[in-house]
Design a protein around this ligand. Structure first.
Ligand code: URA
Length: 434
């Protein structure tokens, strides 16, 4: 088989066979196919697309390019969730303990943040002492004993994706639905869960700018998940502003704890109830989404979700008292309010730029090697649709030095767009794809 033939076939709109796709993915992973040919293939796929069979074949070939996690030593139904990437997305911190408290098993591998998006592992490390660098044996044991564990990626999962994603990043081929679906689903399938729910972000701060594109992606992801034998559902959510009210690691943990303590309602809780209810229904432990939502709410009302989080924090070496006393979490030295330059209604908050403000304060990484300050970030006081008076606070900057705080005040101001006319609050959950 020759890669040049496969390139010509895809260029002319043909469909690649299972063997051809496997030849290409395994060859590229091993280094027998060079970057320039794989770049051309990514562009041909972006322009010509792939049918469902090709996308599934590509996903499965990528999944088998490295190790896969066998979760069979864990008893019960294993559930996992994935978000296509957002700013202020602390969903896992609330969702995973709630779902574990209902009896489903959460055996989750998570990543660190890079650029303007945060990572669950960094957020969890806000609990003093908490470590996600646990052995696979401890991981399995914790899930069997307490129902939940979150670890950093240790196994060499999907090396094909690491190489292909790096190439796509520099060849203008990130926004291709077949490439995104195979990238995300190969990793999710390799992580071994029986039930996978996906949060597909849509809007300014997301890969998919429109609801129609997000729907296509959600349908592609769930179709591949089902064809691969997993239970799968997706939710399309708004990313035209950050999720919730905080961006920055310890600040996001505080917001998640407020939801788990039952002190805070709003879009974060709504999203967790929606994703969690889909998990319970797909797992076959609830008959309807409504019944599942009631069951999940009960885990907040009776404190069992908080208790699950506390158990996980303790089992992974962290100070579980911080779950009940957020004052024990890292706190930045400096807090500065961000005054509104004029009166009006908030019409838009540039999500990606808010992520960059947190990064400027030291809360995010420019490169994988950077160390981050867990205490810094942004608390938003106003969201889209809110009325604001001139000089009233739009948000609070949490910083470790004056100079960066002052610059962040200006940067956050420029993230806000105000309108003289009243603005309708956007609907946060746009659609459910099952
Ligand atoms: N997230 C991924 O893991 N891969 C993509 O291609 C896009 C988002």
């Amino acid at each position: 088989m020759q890669m040049t033939d496969l390139l010509a076939k895809k260029r002319d709109g043909g469909s690649l066979s299972t063997e051809e796709i496997d030849f290409m993915i395994q060859g590229y992973t091993r280094g027998t196919i060079p970057d320039y040919q794989m770049s051309a293939m990514c562009m041909a796929i972006l322009l010509r697309g792939m049918d469902d069979r090709e996308i599934l074949d590509m996903t499965m070939s990528m999944m088998h390019s490295g190790e896969t996690l066998d979760l069979s030593p864990i008893r019960g139904v294993k559930a996992d969730k994935h978000s296509t990437g957002g700013v202020g997305d602390k969903t896992s911190l609330v969702l995973c303990p709630m779902v574990a408290a209902t009896g489903l098993k959460i055996a989750k591998m998570s990543g660190r943040g890079l650029g303007h998006t945060g990572g669950t592992i960094d957020k969890l490390e806000s609990f003093p002492g908490f470590s996600t660098a646990i052995s696979e044996e401890t991981f399995f044991q914790n899930v069997n004993d307490i129902g939940i564990a979150i670890m950093g990626q240790t196994a060499d999962l999907v090396p094909a994706d690491k190489k292909i994603y790096a190439l796509r990043d520099v060849t203008g081929t990130v926004p291709s639905i077949p490439l995104i679906v195979s990238s995300i689903m190969s990793k999710k399938l390799a992580s071994g869960a029986d039930v996978i729910v996906l949060d597909v972000k849509c809007g300014d701060g997301a890969f998919m700018k429109t609801e129609a594109e997000a729907r296509k992606l959600a349908e592609g992801l769930t179709r591949v998940g089902r064809l691969a034998g997993r239970k799968c559902a997706a939710v399309i959510t708004d990313m035209d502003q950050p999720l919730g009210y905080t961006v920055g690691n310890a600040l996001e943990v505080r917001e998640a704890l407020a939801v788990l303590h039952g002190e805070k309602k709003g879009e974060l809780l709504e999203l967790c109830l929606t994703l969690g209810s889909l998990m319970l229904v797909e797992a076959g432990v609830a008959w309807s989404v409504e019944e599942a939502k009631l069951e999940l709410m009960k885990t907040i009302e009776d404190g069992s979700a908080l208790w699950k989080l506390a158990q996980m924090v303790r089992a992974q070496g962290g100070n579980e008292r911080a779950v009940y006393d957020p004052a024990l979490l890292p706190r930045a030295k400096i807090q500065k309010e961000v005054p509104a330059p004029a009166a009006g209604y908030v019409s838009h908050i540039k999500a990606e730029q808010v992520g960059l403000v947190s990064m400027h304060l030291g809360g995010g990484r420019a490169t994988k090697e950077d160390t981050i300050d867990l205490s810094v970030g942004v608390v938003l006081r106003k969201k889209v649709g809110d009325r604001v008076e001139a000089g009233e606070s739009l948000g609070t900057i949490h910083a470790s030095d004056e100079e960066r705080a002052d610059k962040a005040v200006k940067l956050l101001q420029s993230c806000y767009e105000l309108s003289a006319e009243p603005v309708k609050k956007p609907s946060f959950i746009k659609a459910i794809v099952r």
